[in-house]
Design a binder for this molecule. Structure first.
Ligand code: TRP
Length: 328
């Protein structure tokens, strides 16, 4: 049976947390059984803004791979590799850069917002502007049909489709098919302070978290700010703890919601129902990632094998592209 091809990438920006897991990786694990899946660590993308710290990118790459495998990405089911181990990504990026009009890139919302967000680094660079062109190359190198991503990536996928249309029109071909995005079910998870869970906000629960730290972080997690005293009635709809309950304790949801609204359950009790469930979810993942990171040779082997398999497809595409644009 031929399954449709699916691809997604993750940047090596540090340890994985629950937000990353439910925002993306959880979906990767599920989809690897339904599609011919290609998953990769986008280390070249990381380099577009963190170009000064090459050593850290390699280290983070291995950690992210350990996280992915510990979370259930199975290198036997999916092709798991590092972007820079497949040089064809860079080559197709260069070819796409020839046909991508500058205004298309200048109007990318993530380009402007990230440039404003990251202070103290010169992001007036060719590579940073070309970030979405590299992403288009990632996707089309495997002629992927489906791209599972978060909502924040939708413009990048749209741009990929525009590049595909332009390529096909310019070279009078129908070689590339337009890919479609597939959004995840839990687009955003609140962190311990109620804002979106993010490493940079310091509100994240990591896959490497000890039971003690999980307990401590959840005990002090924000709840409905209007519920100051035990006897105050709460509003679960605005409570970040309740949002986590929805994921970890779906069967208790009704009971907890009623209890909160009538003040028959206090926030401490509510959290007590959450903490052990989160601990037993993270525990095995934490142990597995630790074991993997003790023997990096295993991870490196997996990645070499993944890159070898990825390159077979990548080479095929690049050969075809070179023939189409007449440099072959
Ligand atoms: N830009 C994506 C992110 O920051 C990562 C990424 C790079 C990607 N290349 C990709 C995602 C290709 C999907 C497909 O999350």
């Amino acid at each position: 049976m031929v399954c449709p091809r699916l691809l997604s990438g993750i940047q090596p920006t540090g340890r994985m947390h629950l937000g990353n897991y439910f925002g993306a990786v959880h979906n990767w694990v599920k989809l690897q059984h339904e599609y011919e899946a290609f998953y990769f660590v986008a280390d070249l993308h990381a380099l577009t803004s963190a170009y000064e710290d090459g050593v850290n990118i390699r280290e983070s790459t291995l950690e992210v791979v350990a996280d992915l495998i510990a979370c259930g990405v199975d290198p036997k089911q999916a092709i798991l590799f590092v972007q820079s181990d497949v040089p064809e990504h860079s080559e197709l990026h260069l070819i796409f850069s020839m046909i991508t009009p500058l205004p298309w890139l200048e109007r990318v919302p993530t380009y402007k917002s990230k440039k404003d967000e990251i202070q103290g680094k010169d992001l007036n660079t060719y590579g940073f502007l070309g970030y979405p062109v590299l992403q288009a190359a990632d996707i089309m190198l495997y002629r992927s049909e489906i791209v599972p991503v978060g909502k924040d990536q939708s413009y990048h996928i749209e741009l990929t489709r525009e590049i595909v249309r332009r390529f096909n029109a310019l070279f009078k071909t129908d070689y590339f098919k337009e890919p479609a995005e597939k959004f995840t079910l839990f687009p955003q998870l609140p962190g311990t302070d109620g804002r979106k869970m993010s490493k940079s906000y310091g509100n994240a629960l990591f896959m490497s978290e000890s039971d003690k730290d999980i307990d401590q972080k959840l005990r002090t997690m924000f709840t409905d700010p209007a519920r100051l005293r035990r006897q105050d009635k709460g509003n679960p709809d605005i409570c970040p703890v309740f949002a986590l309950q929805g994921i970890f304790n779906p069967d208790l949801l009704l009971e907890l919601s009623e209890g909160c609204k009538s003040a028959s359950i206090g926030c401490v009790d509510c959290k007590k129902r959450l903490i052990p469930v989160v601990q037993s979810f993270i525990g095995p993942i934490r142990d597995k990632r630790e074991t993997l990171l003790k023997d990096k040779a295993v991870i490196i082997d997996i990645l070499q094998d993944g890159a070898r398999k990825a390159r077979q497809v990548a080479k095929e595409t690049l050969d075809a592209v070179k023939t189409i644009i007449k440099i072959n």
